[in-house]
Design a protein around this ligand. Structure first.
Ligand code: EAX
Length: 355
């Protein structure tokens, strides 16, 4: 295990050191009054810069891998935005936490020092507490149910709450149903999880849920996971299959249990100041590209999962289907802690009613 973790860690470190210093931050405004980043954009070999001829370059950061489902959606948006703005606007994509962890990027977008980010809901409740309701276990039975709520009045009202952070919440894209991995043993029932140290996002609801299941929840930023696995700080982690596969977590975690504990959306954000600087035509192009890229990214995420599971099984990973009713019952106690977790009970009831 340790040799494999070191190999994957070295690969990840090498990618990190290739990150150019001083990636082009927000540059001088151009004649359309919008922010123009430096053409070079900076970044590592994983950076995906949009068309050099575009006048408006929007820096978009994500913690996920260059060939993962977040970046595929951003690449689609990059293509559509260039098309709908007649080449005037583009997105420069920075994967692999080049622009910081999810919390950093959300803060930077809020301050207007970074134009965009695509992040999970993990850190958001630290800024907008009402988002935490989306992190409850077994809140949605399937992705279609999640889309109905997230694209409806509940999701729209949550996105609007980001205004107070200087952020325009553009839309809910898909991270996916979160599965648990480890390298010690097959996890079939909640009993098997007892006493295991599981890395979670820095999210109180996820931490409370793993505690309810008998595990020790160890919160940390995604960029720290390989070091934590190598040092034995944690026994396992939890993420959607698309992350487990694209970040090559399966190379150091032999067991994956398909518990579907949480449905995890991700949120596309743009600095409000950046969006307000767009002309009406630029806003129209941006909104259209973002909406169509959201549909593409969700479809890609769904199709990717089946293929990724097959690929991991071929690589010798034990992928275990579990009795989800048993897991749902074991995690249900978290719904008795809504008050102590500071969750908006009315919003939870609204979600239950609108599914
Ligand atoms: O947003 O931190 C996490 O586990 C997230 O799922 C990952 O960074 C993608």
């Amino acid at each position: 295990m340790k040799k494999r973790v070191i190999a994957v860690l070295l690969a990840a470190t090498l990618a990190g050191t290739l990150t150019a210093c001083g990636s082009g931050g927000a540059g001088a405004s151009n004649d359309t009054g919008t922010t123009e980043t430096t053409k070079t954009g900076g970044g590592s070999e994983d950076t995906m810069l949009g068309s050099e001829s575009a006048a408006v370059h929007l820096k978009a950061g994500t913690t996920t891998a260059p060939d993962g489902h977040y970046v595929k959606g951003l690449q689609e948006m990059q293509k559509l935005l260039e098309e709908y703005s007649s080449g005037e606007m583009t997105i420069d994509i920075y994967p692999n936490s080049q622009l910081g962890n999810e919390r950093d990027m959300m803060e930077n977008v809020g301050m207007g020092v970074q134009e965009m980010c695509l992040i999970s809901t993990g850190p958001i409740p630290n800024f907008v507490p009402d988002f935490a309701v989306l992190d409850l276990p077994y809140l949605f039975e399937d992705a279609q149910q999640a889309y109905k709520v997230l694209d409806g009045e509940v999701g729209t009202s949550l996105l609007r709450k980001l205004d107070g952070q200087g952020i325009k919440g553009v839309g809910f894209w898909e991270n996916g149903f979160r599965e648990v991995t480890n390298d010690k043993k097959e996890i079939v029932t909640p009993e098997d999880l007892k006493g295991m140290k599981i890395r979670t996002m820095e999210n109180n609801v996820h931490m409370a849920t793993y505690k309810e299941l008998g595990a020790t929840a160890t919160p940390m930023a995604w960029s720290e996971i390989f070091t934590a696995l190598q040092q034995g700080t944690v026994d396992g982690q939890e993420n959607p299959i698309a992350i487990i596969e694209s970040a090559k977590v399966y190379e150091v975690q032999k067991y994956v249990s398909m518990i579907d504990l949480f449905y995890s959306p991700c949120v596309l954000m743009i600095a409000q100041s950046t969006y307000d600087s767009f002309t009406d035509a630029q806003k129209e192009a941006f909104d259209k590209a973002a909406e169509e890229a959201k549909t593409y990214q969700r479809e890609y995420s769904a199709s990717y999962t089946d293929e990724a599971v097959r690929k991991m099984k071929d690589a010798g990973v034990t992928v275990t289907d579990v009795d989800k009713a048993q897991w749902k019952e074991a995690a249900a106690g978290v719904y008795d802690e809504l008050d102590s977790l500071g969750l908006n009970k009315e919003l939870v009831e609204k979600i239950q009613a609108s599914k």
